[in-house]
Design a protein around this ligand. Structure first.
Ligand code: HEC
Length: 276
């Protein structure tokens, strides 16, 4: 019962996290525009004071940040090291927003300019840090490069076909393969990738732009994950053969079923076979 409740709270992280991001950025923009407004429009002798709108937004940001930090810590409690950076930035956001609130209260009463400057600086830093934290979190849920991948295609690289080539129309010669090598791939290798890799290396989510859901991606020369006929020089073989416990091993230990020795050997043998 308690366990399910904490699990629920952990998952609400994915909803609540949007509040601090939007609120802090909007509050920063509002205060920036107020600070830049010519002083004549404010009473000339008065130092800059936090505005009522920004105060409201920052207050709600404090509550939602506190909730996002706690629920995030619960959600990522038994997650592997890959959430660490996001976690550190999330906690940093919490500390920053707390400091921001203190500086805001100080700036409300201050007679000198310094507290207002500290308040504005902290507001700006908080808005940037919370945005970056959100970006790191997005990478966790969607895979790195999820948002920017379409841009890469617009600007320079060959657009990768969104849909794999239908198997019936695959021509081994297009990939410098023999029919037998293609058949081995389709019968033995692709099923391994399907079961152990494509949740992170597929069309939806392609970590490091690596897709393993079809042969044309696996052999994509721009990725340089595989050297025809040289398993020892192939990154893909290197990564699956890493000893248990190595943080770089593929598939990552905490998130997917490990490969068994036969599967590892099958991939190695297939890569080796490509030389001939
Ligand atoms: C749970 C998600 C997940 C699964 C499952 C997974 N990977 Fe990965 N993979 C990643 C992440 C995350 C990275 C990026 C690692 C980094 O940048 O340090 C990555 C990177 C890679 C890379 C590129 C490394 C580089 O330096 O560019 C290769 C190759 C790779 N994985 C192969 C595989 C293979 C083969 C499998 C299945 C046997 C697999 N992965 C399963 C998450 C996964």
């Amino acid at each position: 019962m308690l366990e399910h409740l904490t699990e629920f709270i952990g998952r609400t992280h994915l909803v609540v996290l949007h509040f601090p991001i939007a609120l802090l950025i909007v509050a920063a923009l509002i205060e920036l525009s107020r600070a830049l407004t010519p002083r004549i429009q404010r009473r000339a002798a008065e130092p800059f004071r936090p505005g009522i709108t920004a105060i409201t937004l920052v207050a709600i940001a404090l509550l939602s940040t506190a909730y996002a930090v706690v629920s995030g810590l619960i959600l990522g409690f038994d997650e592997p090291a890959k959430v660490d950076l996001h976690r550190i930035f999330g906690i940093a956001t919490g500390v920053l927003v707390l400091a921001l609130c203190v500086s805001m209260l100080a700036a409300l009463r201050a007679t000198s300019r310094t507290p207002a400057l500290i308040y504005l600086a902290l507001l700006g830093i908080s808005a940037v840090v919370v945005g970056y934290t959100g970006h790191l979190g997005g990478n966790l849920t969607h895979g790195t490069g999820f948002i920017t991948r379409p841009l890469a295609h617009i600007f320079n690289r060959e657009p990768a076909a969104a849909d794999p080539i239908p198997i019936a129309t695959l021509n081994p010669a297009d990939f410098a393969l023999s029919q037998a090598q293609l058949d081995t791939y389709l019968d033995t290798i692709q099923p391994i990738f399907d079961n152990h890799c494509i949740e992170c290396h597929g069309a939806e989510k392609a970590e490091n732009d690596v897709r393993l859901d079809a042969i044309e991606y696996v052999l994509d020369p721009t990725l340089e994950i595989l050297v025809h006929g040289d398993a020892d020089a192939s990154e893909i073989v290197y990564l699956i053969e890493l000893p248990t416990g190595d943080p770089d091993i593929m598939p990552p230990e905490d998130d997917a079923d490990p490969l068994n020795p036969d599967q590892i050997e099958a991939i190695r043998a297939w890569v080796e076979s490509l030389g001939s």
